[in-house]
Design a protein around this ligand. Structure first.
Ligand SMILES: CC(C)(COP(=O)(O)OP(=O)(O)OC[C@H]1O[C@@H](n2cnc3c(N)ncnc32)[C@H](O)[C@@H]1OP(=O)(O)O)[C@@H](O)C(=O)NCCC(=O)NCCS
Length: 180
């Protein structure tokens, strides 16, 4: 089983560990992350991190491969996360990704590189034809990431997400295997 994906000399994607919890608490208590994602709680507590780690362990057992990745810096440890939903288990033709990066590390191309590496790995190791990403319409940075990573914008989905009683418009992006 593949346990690491190298992004560059300092960064790799690896599994979540118990020792990552302090960085999760440090970086996920960030309103910008809360306001741009569907399921990450705010404030972000120890119990939220424990629950998420348990979920990653269950996903590993169910999927037989890692789908939840830490973005790990060789000196700073966990600085973000990226994952695939395994929407059709591991043998379907489509899947969806999501990601976040800690505030001090933004605007250096890190998530763009992580999206490129992870989606390359997903096409190489699974029979996927299509990888999707949904972006809240108020998140131009994430839309830009996907464009830079070779995704195409396919639609504007009005009121697609419901979060805490709010209906939020979504931009739909996808990378198709034959896009290169
Ligand atoms: C969105 C996010 C993942 C981007 O990560 P990142 O590593 O900073 O992304 P990159 O550096 O690879 O690229 C960011 C791009 O967005 C651009 N950008 C940043 N803020 C922007 C804004 N307000 N409007 C337009 N573009 C913006 C940057 O200039 C850069 O594009 P460029 O290279 O053409 O200059 C990060 O900001 C984040 O975690 N945000 C909170 C959580 C989140 O939004 N998750 C995604 C949910 S879909």
């Amino acid at each position: 089983m593949q346990t690491s994906i190298q992004i560059n000399s300092q960064l790799s994607l690896t599994a979540f560990q118990q020792a990552d919890i302090p960085n999760m608490l440090l970086y996920l208590n960030d309103l910008e992350i809360y306001q741009n994602t569907l399921h990450i709680p705010y404030p972000y507590m120890q119990a939220d991190a424990e629950t998420f780690l348990e979920k990653t362990r269950n996903n590993l057992l169910k999927n037989g491969a890692l789908t939840n990745w830490v973005i790990r810096h060789e000196t700073h440890g966990l600085i973000g996360a990226i994952g695939a939903m395994a929407k059709q288990e591991m043998d379907g033709h489509l899947d969806e990704i999501g990601y976040w990066l800690a505030a001090p590390f933004r605007n250096q191309g890190i998530i763009t590189a992580a999206v490129q590496k992870l989606t390359d790995q997903m096409f190489e190791t699974r029979p996927l034809v299509r990888i999707e990403a949904h972006v809240f319409s108020h998140n131009p940075a994430s839309a830009r990431v996907l464009e830079k990573a070779g995704f195409q914008k396919e639609g504007y989905l009005r009121k697609f997400h419901r979060k805490k009683g709010l209906d939020i418009d979504s931009l739909l992006y996808a990378r198709i295997r034959t896009d290169g």
